[in-house]
Design a protein around this ligand. Structure first.
Ligand SMILES: [Fe+2]
Length: 146
């Protein structure tokens, strides 16, 4: 099969799609790097994965990005193979980071939040007992005084 650069057929559309996907992925990776919390990081990882998995499949599919580059410029065959191999590794890394974030949220983070709630209950009880003591001391006539 011969496809001229910039010629007719699926090539320009597939290239445009790949480039548009890359722009979206860049946007999401930027947001991922700025995640303000583990929970938000997890949400953004899921969002990124949902975009990247089908993007990778399209790049690997017949007529996709990799085939186009390999067909039109065979000197890039090695680079294409390398990039293709990285797909599975990148998805697996996303899953690994997400799994560690989830484990941290359900383990240490949940434990700290539980301790914070217990602390809140102790502070409320402490202040409430002080209030009762103050009211008792100031306003309750115990009799037998002067
Ligand atoms: Fe890509």
């Amino acid at each position: 099969m011969m496809t001229e650069p910039g010629g007719e057929g699926a090539t320009p559309g597939a290239n445009a799609q790949a480039l548009e996907d890359h722009r979206k992925i860049r946007e999401l990776t930027g947001r991922l790097a700025q995640a303000p919390s583990l929970l938000e990081l997890l949400r953004r990882l899921q969002e990124l994965r949902a975009l990247m998995a089908p993007h990778f499949r399209e790049e690997e599919a017949p007529g996709g990005f990799f085939e186009i580059v390999s067909t039109q410029a065979s000197r890039h065959l090695g680079a294409v193979r390398q990039l293709e191999q990285e797909h599975a590794a990148l998805l697996s890394e996303i899953d690994g980071v997400a799994e560690r974030a989830r484990a941290c949220l359900m383990g240490p983070v949940a434990e700290i939040l539980k301790q914070a709630k217990a602390l809140v209950r102790r502070i409320e009880s402490h202040e409430s007992r002080e209030n009762e003591l103050l009211i008792d001391a100031l306003y309750v006539d115990v009799g037998g005084g002067d």
